[in-house]
Design a protein around this ligand. Sequence first.
Ligand code: FE2
Length: 354
Amino acid sequence: MIVVLIDLHNERNYHSRMRPLLLLLAVLVAAPVGAQDKVVNLYSSRHYQTDEALYTGFTKLTGIKVNRIEGGEDALLERIRNEGPRSPADVIITVDAGRLWRAEQSGLFQPVSSPVLQARIPDSYRDPAGHWYGFSLRARLIAYNKDKVRAGEIQTYEELADAKWKGRVCMRSSTNIYNLSLLGALVDHIGDSKAEAWAQGVRTNLAQEPKGGDTDQLKAVAAGQCDVTVSNQYYYARLARSDKADERAIADKIGLVFPNQASWGTHVNISGAGVAKHAPNRDAALKFLEYLASDEAQRYFADGNNEWPVVAGVKVNNPVLVAFGDFKRDRLNVAVLGRNQPGSQKIYDRVAWK
Ligand SMILES: [Fe+2]
């Protein structure tokens, strides 16, 4: 840990008092001091073991060492904001286009583009100005208790607001970025007033006050506290692939719907990354983004969190994702989810969805 921190700051603290220590550490970690293009400082809110293979693969391919700084999603962005122009961050990786949008609004990214990124990342999964790119895909699904709801009984997000579900819906908080992005998509597809009526309807249908994360909603559905909820697919996949029998039993109780297949498609979002505004190693950072778009990295990156690759034609090996099969995805550019975020929060607040 100490090695990482000192190495991160080596461009700034390189005065004589520190020099012997830095040289020693440089030998220990085999990272040439001052060779800016041989290191990339990665600020990531991902912490999956498979990401390890990703970093090793990048270093093998390019000779560029990866310094990893991990933290919670919002804490990490706050840290970079506080570090200001002296931040050693080169690449920022986080989840949800809404959060990437927030980071961009705070001036944490610089725009970059390259023929590789242009060719491999579909338009709808990246910021049109190049501040961030999506590298894996998540879908927000409707989950139901198979003992209480028939297959096919609910097929759209809009139906969650129907009176028939009164007292039967569990939802997490409206400040949660996933729900803000979902409402951002609804605003785009059905307009402000219908989206507000939807939020009001779902709010009225709640079986309990919003609390907990997606996994908590799935557990509540399995336990019969409510009949339907929404969750990202990877929370279900984690339960279904768990080595604990009680977690697999939760997944067994749950049926999943890919909503809106007959209309605008299932709401999808991204895990993504961009080059930090003050990146000391900008070229290495861009190389890292391009590497994330490679077939090999796409598989590791997506599978690390049970997500789909964004690059077309990259094969998924994950058994749960394979079982899901193909589905119609919302084609909305995910940048819109960010743009609609302040309005979405106001709608949730007006209907008193906590
Ligand atoms: Fe998540």
